[in-house]
Design a protein around this ligand. Structure first.
Ligand code: HEM
Length: 125
């Protein structure tokens, strides 16, 4: 049986597995690598902190993801289709690796944040 998300090791596995899928995803991969030209060695630790703060009470993330994604829409397509794909890949990653209340909470939080981001992006044109 799969385990729930309980510690930082789980968060690191979740984030690493998710972005491995994103990199090779036809809809999302080029946004990270070709448009935003992400530095993965700084992005991944940021994402560990983000998800650890939301899921395991670590409180280590400081940042403004809403502003960052609203700004991203100036250089990359940030539409419903991209957000839907992001959620599909995120949910697949969670379901592949984990099972439990925190795993379900992670999917619900991600969907909620994605919806708010897309609304803010659409309102900013
Ligand atoms: C269409 C979907 C999405 C795309 C293409 C996308 C792309 C990106 C990119 C390119 C960055 C790096 C920006 C930079 O460093 O300049 C970034 C950062 C980030 N993204 Fe997303 N993202 C998406 C959805 C989401 C969602 C739904 C969440 C949360 C559930 C999220 C959370 C974050 C966070 C926390 C950061 C780091 C912000 C910081 O630097 O503090 N993203 N994203």
């Amino acid at each position: 049986m799969k385990q729930d998300i309980i510690n930082r090791e789980d968060i690191i596995l979740l984030v690493d597995t998710f972005y491995e899928k994103v990199k090779s995803n036809a809809i999302l991969g080029y946004i990270f690598d070709d448009i935003a030209k992400i530095n993965w060695s700084t992005h991944l630790p940021k994402m560990y902190s983000f998800w650890a703060s939301l899921l395991i009470d670590e409180h280590s993330y400081t940042g403004n993801p809403m502003k960052i994604h609203v700004d991203l829409k100036n250089i990359a397509p940030m539409r419903e289709i991209e957000f839907e794909e992001w959620i599909i890949v995120f949910n697949q990653t969670i379901d592949e690796l984990f099972e439990g209340d925190t795993a379900e909470f992670a999917k619900a939080r991600a969907e909620n944040i994605a919806r708010i981001m897309l609304n803010k992006i659409n309102a900013s044109y």
